[in-house]
Design a protein around this ligand. Structure first.
Ligand code: FE
Length: 248
């Protein structure tokens, strides 16, 4: 009798041990698979402010320097979010549309990465006071808006109506340029459209220089556009066959 009990205990122990060992093996394999299935995200590097951007007439160096600090913050947070997104649980049970880690990380990534992209565009196309659109870009502005004056009026009105951003973008489906509106770094983006101008109308972009006079800031922005940089972006948007880029 005692021998039978001992044998049963031994079998129960071995069974339990093998179940635990098996579960551990599955868990380890699962963790390994998760770690291997999602590679590390790339690290973004800051793009420096160009001297020509810092020399913009009507938008002070102080404004640009303070503004650039916000951009640096977006780069830093994007990299932090990349790391956390690479490591976040992708178990179905952990994902939830009301609240879950993967949801919150990806929603905030759209703000941080949007902040990086918007500001890199903004700083890149400023600092060419006196230049003018030329070639195919000029033709497209005239075709889409009627004239440079009409494009400017629409940009200005859209900028006053926006809470954060305006993008002049070429919509590859509509096959035209359009001034899209954005309230935040990540609101109302349009797919299959390439922005060639990004106008930041958050107060930090002009309050030091203009107070509440946003319209005057937009005038200064337009006067200081680097149309060569805008033309290059338009050329890339239209494809390598395009012969439209004329640097002023
Ligand atoms: Fe900004």
């Amino acid at each position: 009798m005692d021998n039978n009990k001992t044998e049963m205990n031994r079998r129960a122990f071995l069974q339990t041990t093998s179940i635990v060992a098996g579960a551990a093996a599955i868990g380890m394999a699962g963790e390994t698979a998760r770690a291997e299935s999602y590679p590390a995200m790339p690290k973004l590097a800051e793009k420096p402010l160009k001297p020509s951007t810092l020399a913009t007439e009507g938008i002070s160096r102080k404004t640009h320097e303070e503004h650039f600090k916000l951009y640096q913050g977006y780069v830093k947070k994007t990299n932090e979010l990349f790391d956390r997104i690479a490591a976040v649980s992708r178990e179905t049970k952990d994902a939830n549309a009301t609240y879950s880690e993967i949801r919150e990380l990806k929603v905030e990534l759209s703000f941080a990465l949007g902040g990086v992209k918007n500001h890199e565009l903004y700083f890149d196309i400023l600092g060419g006071g006196g230049s003018a659109p030329q070639g195919k870009l000029l033709e497209e502005i005239n075709r889409s808006f009627g004239s440079i004056g009409a494009w400017t009026a629409d940009l200005k009105a859209t900028g006053i109506a926006a809470r954060g951003w305006v993008w002049t973008a070429y919509d590859h489906d509509l096959k035209r340029l359009f001034n899209f509106i954005g309230d935040a770094q990540n609101s109302y983006p349009m797919w299959n459209a390439t922005p060639v101008i990004g106008l930041d109308v958050y107060e930090h972009a002009y309050f030091i220089d203009y107070g509440t006079k946003r319209a005057d800031y937009i005038d200064a922005f337009v006067k200081n556009l680097n149309w060569g940089a805008v033309g290059s972006r338009f050329g890339l948007a239209m494809g390598p066959a395009s012969t439209l880029v004329t640097i002023a």
